[in-house]
Write a protein that binds this ligand. Structure first.
Ligand code: SAH
Length: 394
């Protein structure tokens, strides 16, 4: 077994690890033997010299991300084992090995016991993202293991330029670490879309809305749909397939509007029901009429840190109040928050306040969350981030 540098915790600081929480904060560390480098694998011991975990060390508030609670070597076999379990889970859910769908999240960080690692699959291309220096250093081993456990993957695009800690100065550039195909059309529930893994946000597409988009489709028949914060237009093309009368997509980014139009053309060439607008959401909502009877609000995370929570809740309240005030009677709103620090209760309270401002009768029809390929590790409740409500507005 490999021997790693040792980290000793302060007395009592092993409690959360006994409950398998995968993070160790820097304040819990008593001493190093010897001091590890950024991204190194370390073995963690209690103050009484009992082994408790193995993980990636990094300089920062979360100092260690646990890879294993059993002492073992972190090598190719380790990655292969973890990735093949993740693959089994995706087959079990039905998102992998499905001719109608080749887009899914294969690795969701802590949710798949691989803290700091994200892998999304788009047909033959995997987009891999490291959020920790440890995962960055392991990227080639992980890539090799990935090719072995998923024989459909031919290309691996490594996209960590903006997700690695800036201070670690890893000088990372995005690029292919296997293959290099520019064929970028993927399929979600039978609908096609271009994935811009080179320049797009996150790994190129918001895979986490798949099931919520499918639900939206069932509400779309004959409706006038407004897809606010459309990005690549995911909700829009489901609404089109569901028989919407018109679909308007709005995003402040001109590039996003372009992507949405390209994706609509890919699925519904020549269909005149769709229009896209590059505009600010708040301005658009202020200036629009009250004809829409199905509105999607899927904004970016308003709060990235706890300190930003109050302002974020105000933001959700204002945004939802505008839509609630203007939607046609009998209208439906799909409203979301993807901020991890905003709890389900916080979000529901913000929508409650927004409803009260509008003065309308509002029913909650569905409470939505992230799909099964974004699993929540029961020992790491922080992994639950996506919240949504489907509202019926009288
Ligand atoms: N609903 C999308 C994901 C939305 S991501 C999907 O299903 O894929 C959030 C989007 O909001 C981004 O595309 C970003 O460009 C856009 N955005 C951010 N601030 C905005 C604003 N003030 N007005 C309109 N769009 C905005």
């Amino acid at each position: 077994m490999a021997s790693y540098k040792k980290v000793y915790l302060k007395p009592g600081k092993e409690e959360s690890l006994k409950r398998f929480h995968p993070w160790i904060f820097s304040g819990a560390i008593m001493r190093f033997d010897p001091r590890p480098e950024e991204g190194e694998i370390v073995d963690v011991y209690t103050a009484n010299d009992d082994y408790i975990a193995t993980g990636h060390y990094q300089i920062g508030s979360i100092a260690i991300r646990v890879l294993s609670f059993k002492q073992r070597t972190i090598d190719k076999d380790f990655w292969k084992e973890r990735l093949s379990i993740a693959m089994d889970v995706r087959r079990c859910i039905g998102v992998a090995g499905n001719p109608n769908n080749n887009t899914y999240r294969l690795v969701h960080g802590e949710g798949d016991n691989l803290p700091g690692l994200i892998i999304d699959i788009y047909g033959k291309t995997a987009v891999m993202q490291a959020h920790s220096p440890g995962m960055h250093f392991a990227k080639d081993e992980i890539a090799a293991a990935l090719m072995q456990v998923n024989d459909e993957v031919e290309n691996i695009y490594y996209k960590s330029e903006t997700t690695l800690p800036y201070k670690a100065e890893l000088g990372q550039e995005n690029g292919f670490i296997a293959g290099g195909s520019s064929d970028n059309i993927a399929i979600e529930n039978g609908l096609k879309f271009h994935v811009d893994w080179l320049k797009g946000q996150k790994t190129g597409f918001f895979v986490d809305q798949r099931e919520n988009r499918a639900l939206l489709e069932t509400y779309s028949k004959g409706r006038k749909v407004l897809n606010m914060f459309c990005y690549t237009g995911g909700f829009s093309f489901y609404a089109m397939r569901g028989g919407a009368e018109i679909v308007h997509s709005v995003d402040s980014s001109a590039k996003a509007v372009e992507l949405t139009e390209a994706n609509i053309n890919l699925n519904f060439p020549g269909d005149t029901r769709h229009k896209a607008f590059a505009e600010d959401a708040f301005r658009f909502l202020d200036n629009m009429g009250n004809d829409y009877d199905l509105i999607i609000l899927d904004p970016p995370a308003f709060a990235k840190h706890k300190e930003a929570l109050r302002n974020a809740l105000q933001g959700y309240k204002r945004l939802n109040a505008k839509a609630l005030s203007k939607i046609k009677p009998g209208g439906i709103i799909f409203t979301f928050s993807c901020s991890q620090v905003v709890t389900k209760e916080n979000f529901r309270n913000a929508v409650f306040s927004a409803s009260a401002i509008s003065g309308r009768n509002v029913r909650i029809l569905h409470q939505l969350t992230q799909p099964a390929d974004h699993p929540v590790n029961i020992y790491h409740p922080e992994g639950e981030y996506l919240k949504g409500l489907v509202l019926y507005v009288e």
